[in-house]
Design a protein around this ligand. Structure first.
Ligand SMILES: Cc1cc2nc3c(=O)[nH]c(=O)nc-3n(C[C@H](O)[C@H](O)[C@H](O)COP(=O)(O)OP(=O)(O)OC[C@H]3O[C@@H](n4cnc5c(N)ncnc54)[C@H](O)[C@@H]3O)c2cc1C
Length: 510
């Protein structure tokens, strides 16, 4: 059996019959099988927008060997006696626990939030009433911040190919569409994620793993660099190994870790707001059409580097999505974005953030604890300004001209907008840099200035990073790992899950 990889240009609404016809013609074959290996949209020329599809074709009638495939991440089972406690059921905690349970460890996950069904109810109630639920919100609960997200599964992290393949194939086995394994910009959507998270949990439990919801890690008992037990709101749990995957929203968990001697340094991160446009404006600007058959909704990614200003970029774009109130606590007000698999909602949104070095921004050296205090105060200041969860907003045009809006605007944000001089609520250097960049972006995307800009976007990545050893252990500790986004070494679903898997593999192979 021979193998050949070919690249084909296909119309946006191509059918499998057309794809097969093209393969037949290109390779002069009658009998073959094929697999799509990559599919990306080429929208550089509006008059010729097409998919570029890479297919691997196998047939008796072609010559050529299959290139060496990326080896599978192998997790061998053996009977082990050690107990492992994982804190947090987000992508990092879950995938670490899943691998460790598969390898034979007795693994327990504790999660401060509720299971995904109860969590969905809590979020829906919050969006209807404005009443915040501390165990069921966009940040805390089963599946972590990754569950009610856009479910973009892209990652720019290097050296995680094996882990990425493992994560994507686990998602597919748990119900994700197969295409996430080959799309250049894989996207799974919040509707699918709720099902995937539940199915993965059931598989973890079938393997013998235990998961305890609404169980909050409050403190650790540490002796001579070894964590002896975890103190939770439901009692004490003893464990041989402890992996903490708290994400980067749990302020009190970070503070407890610092108090226990876990060492952190400050790191660069990004701050800004969320921008929103009718999706049709983005489609028209990017494609020259309001719709394109075979493609859900147009995307954009904008960057700007103006001399003397902070770098500004758009991030976490959610075509056909909604802006969500992503608060993790009852007295903070922040926004984020999500979408369903079909990406067919009316608006497109994206974070528009400036990269910051907090020490430069505040003009002095600061500790990790001070960085957390600073960020928490900023998030609280938005809550105080709105006296709740309305998102302070203005139009992009008004932000550029520093003109306070007088009327409300249509938006996907469920808890309402509050006309505000948003630029005054952000740190001055951040808002000046964003203002100049918005002018640049308005020259790049037709109609961009007609959109709105709202809320505080402060969770693109953690403001602090843990000190850890090559084997993943927290510096100064013999059995404690801090993994995922909260560690400061990962950001996003895939890189956080990969970070969790790497820690698990280092334990398994030790
Ligand atoms: C609305 C939204 C949309 C997003 N969209 C995308 C996207 O499209 N693509 C993408 O790649 N990323 C997206 N992200 C970011 C992504 O969700 C995170 O990067 C990722 O989930 C981080 O994984 P994690 O496991 O490290 O932490 P998290 O997912 O944050 O999980 C941490 C978990 O730990 C629990 N926890 C914290 N402290 C404790 C404690 N003391 N005791 C017990 N449990 C605790 C929390 O409840 C939480 O469930 C989005 C985030 C949000 C909020």
């Amino acid at each position: 059996m021979g193998y050949k990889q070919i690249s084909l240009k296909l119309p946006t609404d191509f059918s499998s019959e057309l794809l097969e016809k093209k393969i037949r013609k290109e390779l002069h074959l009658e009998n073959f099988s094929y697999q799509i290996e990559n599919k990306s949209l080429d929208a550089r020329k509006k008059s010729y927008i097409h998919w570029v599809v890479k297919v691997a074709v196998t047939s008796e009638d072609i010559k050529g060997d299959k290139p060496e495939q990326l080896s599978e991440l192998k997790i061998d089972y053996r009977k082990r006696d050690e107990k492992v406690l994982v804190i947090g059921s987000g992508p990092a905690g879950f995938f670490a626990a899943y691998a460790l349970q598969k390898a034979g460890f007795k693994t327990t996950i504790i999660e401060r939030g509720s299971d995904v069904s109860k969590r969905a109810e809590g979020i829906s109630h919050f969006e209807k009433t404005g009443k915040f639920d501390s165990v069921s919100n966009y940040s805390f609960g089963e599946g972590g911040a990754g569950t009610f997200s856009d479910g973009k599964l892209t990652s720019r992290s290097k050296h995680i190919s094996q882990e990425r393949k493992y994560i994507l194939s686990s998602y597919v086995k748990a119900g994700a569409p197969k295409e996430i394994e080959y799309m250049a910009h894989p996207h799974v959507g919040s509707d699918n994620l709720k099902i995937i998270v539940k199915n993965l949990r059931e598989e973890f439990k079938n393997l013998g793993g235990e998961i305890l919801f609404e169980t909050l890690l409050e403190d650790l008992k540490v002796k001579e660099g070894k964590v002896k037990s975890a103190i939770t709101n439901k009692g004490i749990i003893e464990s041989d190994l402890v992996l903490i995957a708290p994400g980067h929203s749990a302020f009190e968990t970070y503070r407890m870790l610092i108090k226990q001697g876990v060492q952190f340094r400050t790191k660069n991160f990004a701050l800004g707001s969320r921008i929103e446009h009718p999706q049709e404006i983005i489609n028209q600007a990017q494609w020259g059409h309001k719709q394109l058959p075979g493609v859900k909704a147009a995307e954009y990614r904008l960057t700007s580097n103006i001399d003397g200003k902070l770098p500004v970029y758009t991030f976490c774009m959610c075509p056909g999505g909604i802006v969500v109130p992503a608060a993790a606590y009852k007295d903070i007000n922040i926004v984020n974005g999500m979408s369903l698999y079909q990406r067919n909602a009316k608006f497109a949104n994206a974070a528009c953030v400036a990269g910051v070095n907090l020490e430069k921004l505040v003009g002095k050296e600061i500790s990790a604890l001070e960085a957390l205090d600073w960020l928490e105060n900023l998030e609280k200041s938005f809550y105080n300004y709105s006296d709740g969860f309305k998102a302070p907003y203005c139009s992009i045009q008004d932000f550029m001209n520093k003109k306070t809006p007088s009327r409300n605007a249509e938006s996907s944000y469920p808890l309402g907008l509050l006309p505000a001089p948003l630029w005054e609520l952000l740190p001055e250097e951040v808002s000046t840099s964003i203002r100049e960049s918005l002018k640049e972006f308005s020259r790049k995307i037709r109609g961009f200035e007609t959109g709105n800009i709202m809320g505080l976007e402060s969770k693109t990545s953690a403001p602090i990073q843990v000190l850890r050893e090559k084997n993943g252990l927290c510096t100064g500790f013999k059995n404690l790992y801090l993994i995922g986004e909260g560690s400061g070494y990962a950001g996003g679903i895939i890189s956080s899950a990969a970070d969790g898997l790497k820690a698990a593999m280092s334990i398994i192979l030790n």
